[in-house]
Write a protein that binds this ligand. Structure first.
Ligand code: SFD
Ligand code: AMP
Length: 626
């Protein structure tokens, strides 16, 4: 600790994260900052070229509204999102992203991202809202554009990579910066800023993953996003929303390959082991979840639910019928030669779908001798994740745009949280699902423009009361001291009663969430009593977090990742407990409140007081703009 230099950075806008939202934010912020002679700093825990959820690439852009075609309207997209989230969505936020997202997609193409085109030169759609891409280098391309934009700022722009952000700096009702540490050098960073944009993604490994042992790092969601956004905004005192709305993706089993292209592009069926199509045989069940059970497409959680009912009856494994889908498309070509050619094309597309974004699934196919044109592949529901930009909704409660937001949903600046000067985008902002990679980029642009506007209009002071920074530095580096002080008390550093290593801590968190809060082991089912017990255990875990120990900088990061996960876990458990109904079966099921209740067609918001450690829970009405 004595060796740790404190590095102070002063900027105007501080962008936290280097993912899709942060890259969008950097491009937009650089433009407006230059006009106003303001400074911008971007901080990523990793290297922006390959950081965040898009690190491995993606095979589709999941939000393209295609407004110029005249086929879709903003209302169509809002309807789709509201229905998919069983009625719980901020229509103003979804509409704001929907009206800007196409321009982000056009920028991606301009920057060099190959988007599939048909013979007439039109984009190839995977589904109504999704475009197919050759996306292995998607993140590299988007990050390069962000870096180029920042470079245009000259001395006014700075990028910090491999700096892990932990806490916000708050002065009264205003967010005035952030602290963190380098994961490569013994440096403690203090970022002082006039506005802060949180875009550090969602969270994984809060729940026990299906994979264990050496495969544990394998999950659908990238293991390096650990709830930093949630922790940061919670600690800053921001109101949070939809913390109960986790996402459970159904994916190709064990390597988490995407299913979208199979369902939408290849029109594949999923069946149980007896060959029955659960989406048909279980259709009557959808009536229990009316009106959302009756909409098209069937909401993601209800598609999961029908599958889970088959699994619970012992009708698994569940299969994606790739062989059937490929043969059907090939045969529709007419003559045998054309069919053969098409078959080859489809085979290549099937492999590329995985190679573009989930390489391990292609490896698993190879390892299990699976030829998708000949044999089906298992699919399964993954463990729960927190990803407000996909089909989950957890994040901070943010201001909508002035021209669209209903009363009470607007407080001055787009995407500003309830804490002055603290903005959120991508997975960090809640109740605006289905923005995906492209919408997160667009939302980052919206938020950054608003944040610069905030600085220009409000002219917040450059200096603030940053609190006791030495105490904060000590607290953040404490795990290194905990190890140094106690390491010689046992012969095996892994076994020591005086400290807890981050891996052990994580397993303890995952076990309680899995068993009591409706993870895989509990078949995604929980109840009031289970949740209350979970809160007791979480309380004890939080006490023990003071004893986390780190052998090096990497483990120091692991320690704080786990503390961040713990707060995401607590917000989740408290929100599920507060909402006395089951609204998203297939994501989680409250066995003591097994039905959807019209009374609960509201947002559940929560707020943490860092001084007292108390949480405040409340219902917030859903207001429609369409
Ligand atoms: O289909 C810190 N997503 C998909 N979107 C698509 O458009 N198409 C697809 O094909 C998609 N698929 C998909 C998707 C996600 C995942 C996980 C998989 C597959 C396996 C969704 C998008 O990826 C997602 O919506 C966006 O990436 C969200 O953007 P953003 O910016 O909110 O999160 P990020 O990109 O993960 O970036 C987070 C950044 O924060 C950094 N970070 N930095 C400093 N300090 C800390 N403490 C930090 N903690 C995190 C990260 O390094 C990163 O830079 S499909 O299969 O679903
Ligand atoms: P996924 O690969 O599951 O993330 O899906 C990619 C996109 O397709 C997302 O927009 C999903 O919501 C959508 N999607 C996936 N499966 C289906 C389905 N069976 N019906 C409708 N939309 C789907």
């Amino acid at each position: 600790m004595a060796n740790f230099e404190t590095v102070e950075v002063k900027t105007d806008l501080l962008i936290l994260g280097g993912g899709m939202a942060a890259c969008g934010a950097a491009v937009e912020a650089a433009h407006w900052a230059k006009k106003n002679n303001l400074k911008v700093a971007v901080v990523d825990k990793a290297a922006m070229d390959r950081s965040g959820a898009v690190a491995m690439g993606l095979s589709a852009i999941n939000q393209y509204v295609d407004l110029t075609s005249g086929n879709n309207t903003i209302k169509d997209y809002v309807d789709y999102v509201r229905n998919d989230l069983m009625g719980v969505t901020r229509e103003d936020l979804v509409a704001n992203i929907a009206r800007h997202v196409d321009s982000s997609v056009h920028l991606f193409e301009k920057w060099g991202l190959p988007i599939w085109k048909d013979k007439d030169g039109n984009y190839v759609h995977e589904g109504r809202w999704q475009l197919m891409i050759n996306g292995e280098s998607y993140k590299v391309i988007v990050a390069e554009a962000a870096k180029n934009a920042m470079a245009e700022l000259g001395d006014l722009g700075e990028i910090f990579e491999r700096v892990f952000i932990t806490h916000p700096l708050v002065d009264g009702d205003r967010c005035v910066g952030a602290v963190g540490f380098s994961v490569r050098e013994e440096k403690f960073y203090v970022f002082k800023a006039r506005a802060v944009l949180a875009a550090m993604g969602g969270a994984v490994h809060v729940f026990k993953p299906r994979s264990s042992g050496e495969g544990q790092g394998r999950a659908w969601y990238p293991p390096w996003n650990s709830g930093s956004s949630a922790f940061f905004t919670i600690q800053a005192g921001a109101e949070m929303t939809c913390q109960e709305v986790r996402f459970i993706p159904v994916r190709f089993k064990d390597a988490y390959g995407p299913v979208g292209a199979w369902f939408l592009l290849f029109k594949s069926r999923a069946t149980n082991a007896l060959g029955e199509t659960y989406m048909q045989t279980r259709r009557p069940e959808l009536e229990n979840w009316a009106p959302y059970g009756m909409v098209k497409p069937v909401p993601a959680n209800l598609r999961n639910w029908l599958m889970m009912l088959d699994v619970m009856e012992g009708k698994g494994p569940i299969y994606m019928r790739t062989e059937e889908a490929i043969q059907k498309i090939a045969e529709s070509e007419g003559d045998e030669k054309a069919a053969k050619k098409k078959l080859k094309e489809l085979e290549a597309e099937a492999w590329e779908d995985f190679l573009d974004m989930t390489i391990s699934q292609a490896i698993l196919w190879a390892a299990q001798n699976i030829q998708p044109e000949k044999a089906p592949s298992e699919i399964a529901a993954a463990e729960p994740y927190f990803i407000g930009s996909h089909s989950g909704a957890s994040g901070a409660w943010v201001s909508g745009p002035k021209d669209l937001a209903p009363e009470g949903y607007f407080w001055g600046y787009d995407n500003m949280t309830t804490v002055k000067g603290l903005f959120a985008a991508g997975d960090a902002s809640g109740a605006s699902s289905h923005k995906f990679s492209s919408g997160s980029h667009a939302e980052g642009r919206i938020a950054a423009k608003a944040a610069i506007n905030f600085i220009v209009k409000e002219n917040p002071p450059a200096e603030a009361n940053y609190g006791d920074l030495d105490a904060l530095k000590k607290e953040i580096l404490q795990p290194l001291d905990n190890f140094e002080t106690n390491k010689d008390k046992t012969t095996d550093p892994e076994t020591n009663p005086h400290y807890i290593l981050p891996r052990m801590y994580m397993m303890r968190l995952q076990k309680m969430m899995d068993e009591y809060a409706g993870g895989v082991t509990a078949q995604f089912t929980t109840s009031q009593k289970n949740l209350e017990r979970c809160l007791e255990l979480l309380g004890m875990l939080k006490e023990d977090s003071k004893n986390l120990a780190a052998r090096d900088l990497h483990e120091l990061m692991r320690c704080w990742e786990n503390v961040q996960r713990t707060y995401q876990a607590e917000a989740h458990v408290r929100s599920i407990l507060f909402r006395e109904e089951t609204r998203w079966p297939g994501y989680y099921f409250r066995s003591d409140k097994p039905k959807m209740d019209k009374e609960w067609e509201v947002f559940v918001n929560c707020k943490y007081d860092a001084k007292t450690g108390e949480w405040e829970m409340k219902k917030v009405p859903i207001k429609h703009i369409f």
